[in-house]
Ligand binder design. Structure first.
Ligand code: PLP
Length: 359
């Protein structure tokens, strides 16, 4: 959260202007400040990532057909596809990165495929070059669910510059939050304006509506929360890296346990610290989860169950058990450890001791 003292002047400004939403003055400052921080040129701040993905797909003309995505994600990824009018098609993931495996994506392409919606899972970049090549060759859209990828860089450039569009989440649980919020990163100013219109019911001007838009506007309060914490955000990232580094120092190399650390990045956000507990580790994932919970330590089984196992999706042909062996195994083995910028060392040592304790 931002320092309350940084937020208060912005709240006073809102209270005196009485401009509460509809791309108000605070949002108009937050948007360029955010673009600059992230190192992207064209960005629309929106109410949340789920709406942002729906807008991105509508803008890309994806209102029917199939969209290939990962089952190893939060359910919103598939819901955004369904709510756009398309059908999700699940492809398996890569065992190292836990991101969509481009070869599996390619195998799922049919004449009905309209788009690919990969996730930079836990902030690890997807194989953006191969995915771009596949999307281009088949003439389909490439939209990234970048909910975990705030401030992630590869080759010195924002990962958000890849694909036709990328969508960030600023939900309370994410690395950078506005309580609720998100952003759609696009390639040009014209598309940014189109996203802004779609986020505001499709209004082109006061009297004309040129598309079926929704309400995905970020209000001034959420924009103020975002603007107030951009300044100190590098310190938050540094503190998160220190926590992740302490986990890695004691857990990397432990037999039967794998830390899923980001690869191929020149800047990361330490969004999560996922570990995979293999069959030869002395305690299985659910037993460790329960052991930690018994000590009031709340790890998270992200992402379990797979989206393809949830009721709205489990009957899809691509969700059939056996078709997604890598994702299924990851879902059984993964545990995301508590990670926040002010997790103190003593508490963290207690968590690690419980993970390593035999018997
Ligand atoms: C959090 C999350 C979302 C949803 O973001 P909202 O801003 O809450 O709509 C979508 N995809 C992934 C991978 C997420 O982790």
């Amino acid at each position: 959260m931002p320092d309350l003292s940084d937020l208060m002047p912005l709240l006073e400004e809102i209270w005196s202007s009485r401009i509460l939403t509809n791309r108000g003055p605070v949002l108009q400052r937050f948007e360029p400040a955010l673009s600059e921080y992230l190192g992207v040129e064209h960005l629309s701040v929106v109410s949340n990532a789920t709406q942002g993905m729906i807008l991105a797909m509508r803008q890309a003309g994806v209102t029917s057909g199939e969209v290939i995505t990962t089952p190893f994600s939060f359910v919103a990824t598939a819901h955004a596809i369904s709510l756009s009018g398309a059908t999700p098609v699940f492809a398996d993931i890569d065992p190292e990165t836990l991101n969509l495996d481009p070869a599996q994506v390619e195998a799922q392409i049919t004449p009905q495929t309209r788009a690919i919606l990969p996730v930079h899972t836990f902030g690890t970049p997807c194989d953006v070059d191969r995915l771009a090549e596949i999307a281009e060759r088949h003439g389909i859209a490439l939209i990234y669910d970048a909910a975990h990828a705030f401030a992630v860089r590869r080759d010195g450039q924002s990962i958000l510059r890849h694909g036709d569009m990328s969508v960030l989440s600023f939900h309370a649980t994410k690395v950078f939050n506005t309580f609720e919020g998100g952003a759609v990163i696009v390639r040009d100013h014209e598309t940014k304006l189109a996203i802004d219109r779609l986020a505001n019911f499709g209004f082109a001007d006061a009297l004309s509506v040129d598309d079926i838009g929704t309400n995905a506007k970020m209000n001034e309060f959420n924009a103020a929360v975002g603007l107030a914490q951009l300044g100190g955000f590098d310190d938050v990232l540094a503190a998160r890296h220190a926590v992740a580094g302490r986990y890695a120092a004691r857990l990397e190399g432990v037999d039967g346990l794998r830390c899923v650390c980001p690869t191929g990045v020149t800047g990361h956000n330490s969004y999560a610290f996922p570990i995979l507990l293999g069959p030869d580790y002395h305690i299985d994932r659910d037993a460790l989860f329960a052991r930690l919970e018994g000590e009031n330590i709340f790890a998270r089984r992200y992402f379990y169950p797979l989206i393809s196992e949830l009721a709205p999706y489990s009957n899809l042909p691509s969700a059939a058990s056996g078709l997604l062996p890598v994702a299924s195994k990851a879902a059984e083995q993964v545990l995301c450890l508590p990670l926040y910028h002010d997790l103190d060392e003593a508490a963290q040592d207690r968590i690690i001791d419980l993970i390593l304790a035999k018997g």
